[in-house]
Design a protein around this ligand. Structure first.
Ligand code: M6R
Length: 606
């Protein structure tokens, strides 16, 4: 959710930066700042809280100049205090840097730099980038220092740096969006076109691995080796609705692509990587009570129920507490056994789903402590719960849930870690590092989009689909089938792969595509046998794999590779091809993917 704006040219820069940041205000943030480069000095002003606070601080400064950067921060490493706000200046005062993303190996680099005498005054991973660039400046110019730095960074980033001695901005992108705006004798930079549209409509969307240098008179883009790259200049003829859709054809596609960012934002400020601790901001249940929880009830509907099914695996493995998962609509009529030792967790994007709310009330009336995992601030579910874990997915407009789902999974994993910690368990570093890597893994899974669009084109005329998964990925088969039903109106069923032989195998013929999720060491081989059973009956197999696609030759008709992550987090990655397949099949069939027939975004009736 961090917002980035930059400018080098002839205009007064501070009002321009503040105006750009204002356009990004909808993302929400906890602090903001600007840097202006003037007469060999880096002048920064930063403030905690809303942009208004930064504006107030700016009135007390005579910050003038025509070259600078602005940033709104959504905390990931370190609390939202002024010292953690961007721009961050390196410890030799040579460069200022703004950044969006998570640097996974920041601790290792920080320790190395500390040993070499570099000091740190913030809790951010961003300061590691600033000091690293500065440490490499003696060997070359800002651009080569940025390229060398990028080669050492693991994780996701979009950042921009200015140095006190040159009139240029150097930017790098791997993951979060970044675009350049082109003008006459001036150049712009932003994380979102909305920040630039008032000044220019000529833009270049940077790609992963790009490093660009902007001056008032021009721009150059290279890869990390320094080879020059050509990128297409686009003219943004966007109307207001297109601006809202960020240039995507549908909200659903935009929201699918927002997932790396949404996952990063949901993780933000909940994990202290240095101390290996997890915490939540809206959570008043005392640790002793959490430690005393004996059973967990997860209550939800639709896609959120699928998240709860995955959550059962996460919570049981991380916290070792038995978990029951119920549809809200079933729980409320089944006389559940609840007492004070139960922690009831309502999972709901909207926080307004009538069945989920009714189930949560029943659990509370019978003595359970109540937690909501929710995306909408102040919604009903959050108002009557003892604690809320907000999924910071941002507004989800498409009726089909996508980014709300993956952020719910991440929130459930965080809750598993939190309960483990409350019960005296260790949060090993690899559990946290795995989480930090998920946004990047999801960004890699999204790279299969064109391939999946082609698969969608090949199969969009069929009338049925079968989805198979096992263990923690069985709910992902259910979610894949639900997404396809909602968006394309094709009948689809999700099934545990091992159960296929007990019935659904009768359906298989050459008209039935079977989507098989074959990831993970323990069950991938079993799912492979299920695929062979499908092939033996002339069925068509679309396989999702975390191995070498060549291993599935002769077994699958289509193979969609996904990055491998630790097994509890693999569903977050595996659902990406499910969402894209449903989207492209739906679009191909001419369906209204954002507002499918008969559905509502929030179901507030029984
Ligand atoms: O707002 P909620 O998460 O409580 O909504 C629950 C379901 O209505 C919702 O997930 C529905 O299934 C979506 N259309 C799925 O894409």
């Amino acid at each position: 959710m961090c917002g980035i704006v930059g400018y080098v040219g002839h205009r007064e820069v501070v009002p321009l930066l503040v105006d750009g940041l204002q356009k990004l205000e909808y993302r929400g943030y906890d602090s903001a700042g600007v840097v202006v480069v003037r007469d060999g000095e880096l002048e920064t002003v930063r403030a905690e809280g809303k942009l208004e606070r930064l504006k107030e601080s700016l009135t007390g400064h005579s910050l003038a100049g025509s070259h600078g950067l602005g940033h709104t921060r959504w905390a990931t490493h370190g609390p939202p205090l002024e010292r953690n706000a961007h721009p961050i200046v390196d410890s030799k005062n040579r460069i200022a840097l703004i950044h969006n993303g998570i640097i996974e190996n920041f601790l290792a680099i920080k320790h190395r730099l500390q040993e070499a005498g570099w000091s740190f005054t913030s809790d951010t991973d961003t300061e590691v980038i600033a000091n690293l660039i500065s440490s490499l400046l003696d060997e070359g110019d800002l651009r080569s220092a940025v390229r060398q730095t990028c080669r050492q960074l693991e994780g996701m980033y979009a950042f921009a740096a200015v140095s006190q001695s040159t009139r240029e901005i150097v930017v790098a992108r791997r993951g979060p969006p970044l675009l350049l705006g082109l003008g006459e004798g001036e150049h712009f930079l932003a994380s979102d076109p909305a920040a630039l549209l008032a000044y220019t409509r000529q833009v270049i969307f940077l790609e992963n691995g790009d490093v660009a240098r902007l001056t008032a008179d021009g721009y150059e883009i290279t890869n990390l080796d320094g080879s020059a790259l050509e990128r297409t200049v686009q003219r943004l003829n966007w109307d207001p609705v297109q601006i809202e859709k960020g240039g995507y054809k549908h909200f659903m596609l935009k929201e699918i692509h927002e997932q790396p960012q949404a996952l990063q934002d949901t993780l933000a400020a909940r994990v202290d990587f240095e101390l290996a601790r997890v915490g939540f901001e809206h959570f008043s249940i005392p640790v002793e009570e959490l430690a005393a929880v004996r059973r967990i009830h997860l209550l939800a509907c639709g896609t959120s129920w699928h998240a709860a099914l995955v959550g059962k695996f996460m919570l049981e493995e991380l916290a070792r507490i038995p978990v029951e998962v119920d549809y809200g609509s079933e729980y409320r009529y089944r006389d559940p056994i609840v007492d004070e030792s139960v922690l009831a967790i309502g999972v709901s994007q909207s926080g307004e789903t009538a069945d989920t709310l009714a189930a949560m009330e029943i659990a509370r009336e019978r003595g359970a402590r109540l937690v909501a995992i929710c995306n909408v601030v102040g919604s009903q579910a959050t108002r009557f719960s003892d604690g809320t874990i907000y999924t910071h997915a941002g507004p989800e407009i498409g009726v089909a849930s996508t980014k709300a789902f993956t952020t719910q999974l991440e929130a459930l994993y965080l809750l598993g870690l939190f309960l483990r910690q409350a019960r005296g368990g260790d949060l090993e570093h690899d559990l946290l590092e795995a989480l930090a890597h998920v946004p990047q893994a999801v960004a890699e899974a999204l790279e299969q989009e064109k391939h999946i669009a082609q698969i969608g084109r090949r199969y969009h005329r069929v009338s049925d689909f079968l989805y198979l998964g096992r263990g923690i990925n069985y709910p992902i088969a259910l979610e894949g089938a639900l997404k396809l039903k909602e968006i394309s109106y094709i009948h689809a069923e999700g099934y545990p792969a091992g159960e296929m032989k007990h019935g659904p195998i009768a359906l298989i013929d050459d008209d039935l595509p079977v989507v098989a999720i074959a990831t993970g060491d323990r069950v991938a081989e079993k799912v492979r046998s299920n695929m062979q059973q499908v092939k033996a009956r002339d069925g068509k197999v679309i396989a999702v794999t975390d191995r070498d696609p060549a291993d599935l030759e002769g077994v699958a008709d289509e193979v969609i590779p996904v990055p491998r992550v630790p097994h509890l987090l693999q569903p977050i990655v595996n659902v990406i091809p499910m969402q894209l397949l449903a989207y492209y099949v739906g679009v191909r069939r001419g369906c209204d993917v954002d507002q499918p027939r008969n559905l509502a975004k929030s179901v507030t009736v029984e």
